[in-house]
Design a protein around this ligand. Structure first.
Ligand code: IMP
Length: 433
């Protein structure tokens, strides 16, 4: 059975968690392959709102195995807190039973958080992501699989603390790392996760050979990709399709489906250009009705119209086989909906995103507009979605103007929309195929 990749196609926060949670019902494995607790997923189960930063969204399906894969950077203390929270609400500790941590995944230590806290330019989440990836690329990082070799090595602790303190001093930080604290920390990490640390790529390869279904769950979005995003205002990992299998430790031939999660409008947190950003009452409408506040940092997300230039870029990089359009309900009540189809840059019309961050700041959106559709309450949308799926109505369950909007997006991007989200509830999603 092949693997499915779920990716954010914009600047993150498109609602991947909800889709993965739905698809996990038919999957045996859900795998994170990059990033760390800079991500945030919200899953709504009736009255229960669950927020995860590291645990894959498939956690809520008890028959689903979970992997924190090779390409990730993992804060062991955050993972511990999430696991305790899950155990309190479900009575289950999945570590080593159905949750496995790759021996190749890198560890976020307090030092990495100290370094990240100095960021003033990018607007990072401050979780130590960039500094941990920097150590990985510098080949001085600490991986889960290396813990056994360093726990009783006092020379490792003292030389590592010395190196870290020199780096902290060099950048003007007042924080310092104590060698004996570091030694106890790595001992605790080893003991806490010993049963869960595993050769997860091999496990997945075996599972695929046995015909089991695997979901590769992306974090962040295409425009935050270190290579293909709006550099330097990006995260420090490859968030795109090319890294999904690589970061999971399997080959790309396993993949048959790549779903791009796409908000019906666009949002961004942190700094950097965003041509369709709206700082008016429509932006306020999107932010308020869409509850656009970061799951990880609580920061207000910047909101704007759907940007087809961004999406064409994401499509070129990822080759989505389908788009899951989310939060369509949030557009309800707007008289007119705009879609950005091109940019004007220094007096010229362009159809591709510029690679330069300063050029992107100067881009002005060129819009087409389409009629809006009425607002409904979340309960009404949920009823519409349930009835649509029950009766197989698909897109016809939606108001005509909403259908028209979706068809325009498909036409502009050349990719079918395979589902439409109309509310936060697990069941508030209409399947179109
Ligand atoms: P970092 O990943 O913490 O280094 O942050 C780098 C940039 O990526 C900042 O602009 C963050 O706001 C953004 N970012 C990181 N993770 C997410 C996410 O899950 N959703 C949206 N933006 C994110």
């Amino acid at each position: 059975m092949p693997a499915t990749i779920i990716l954010g196609s914009q600047w993150g926060d498109e609602g991947k968690g909800k889709l993965v949670d739905r698809l996990a019902e038919q999957a045996t494995w859900v795998v994170r392959f990059q990033g760390g607790n800079n991500a945030g997923h919200t899953v709504v189960l009736g009255d229960q709102v669950l927020k995860f930063h590291l645990l894959p969204s498939g956690i809520t399906r008890k028959e689903c195995n979970l992997i924190l894969g090779d390409g990730m950077v993992i804060d062991p203390w955050v993972l511990d807190t999430e696991l305790k929270g899950w155990e309190e609400s479900s009575g289950e500790d999945p570590s080593g039973d159905r949750l496995f941590v790759s021996e190749r995944a890198h560890i976020i230590l307090p030092y990495h958080r100290y370094m990240d806290s100095l960021d003033k330019k990018i607007g990072t989440t401050g979780r130590g992501i960039g500094p941990t990836y920097a150590d990985k690329i510098n080949r001085i990082g600490l991986r889960f699989g290396d813990l056994a070799e360093v726990i009783d090595d006092s020379h490792w602790a003292s030389s590592t603390a010395e190196r870290m303190n020199a780096a902290l001093e060099a950048v003007g930080s007042k924080d310092r790392v104590n060698a004996s604290d570091l030694a106890s920390e790595v001992k605790w990490i080893f003991e806490r996760y010993q049963s869960a640390i595993a050769p997860t790529g091999v496990m997945l390869d075996n599972a695929l050979k046995l015909g089991e279904r695997v979901i590769l769950e992306g974090a962040q979005g295409c425009l935050l990709d270190i290579d293909q995003g709006t550099y330097p205002f990006v995260t420090s990992s490859v968030t795109s399709r090319g890294n999904a299998t690589h970061g999971a430790g399997i080959h790309p031939g396993h993949v048959d489906e790549v779903i791009g999660i796409t908000k019906a409008y666009i949002t961004r947190v942190g700094n950097g250009g965003m041509p369709t950003e709206l700082e008016d009452e429509i932006g306020h409408h999107l932010g308020t009705i869409g509850h656009e506040f970061g799951t990880t940092t609580g920061r207000k997300r910047r909101c704007g119209w759907f940007d087809a230039v961004v999406m064409r870029h994401a499509q070129r990089i990822n080759g989505f086989t389908g788009l899951a359009l989310t939060k369509l309900d949030v557009l309800g009540g707007l008289e007119e909906i705009k879609i950005c189809v091109a940019y004007e840059l220094d007096g010229k019309e362009i159809h591709e995103m510029p690679s330069s961050a300063t050029a992107l700041e100067r881009c002005k959106p060129i819009y087409v507009s389409t009629p809006g559709f009425p607002a409904h309450s979340l309960d009404e949308w949920l009823d519409i979605a349930k009835a649509a799926n029950r009766d197989g109505k698909g897109i016809n369950a939606l108001p005509a103007a909403a259908q028209n909007y979706i068809r325009q997006l498909e036409g502009l991007l050349g990719v079918p929309v395979t589902s439409v989200g109309v509310g936060p509830d697990r069941d508030a999603t209409i399947d179109l195929v």
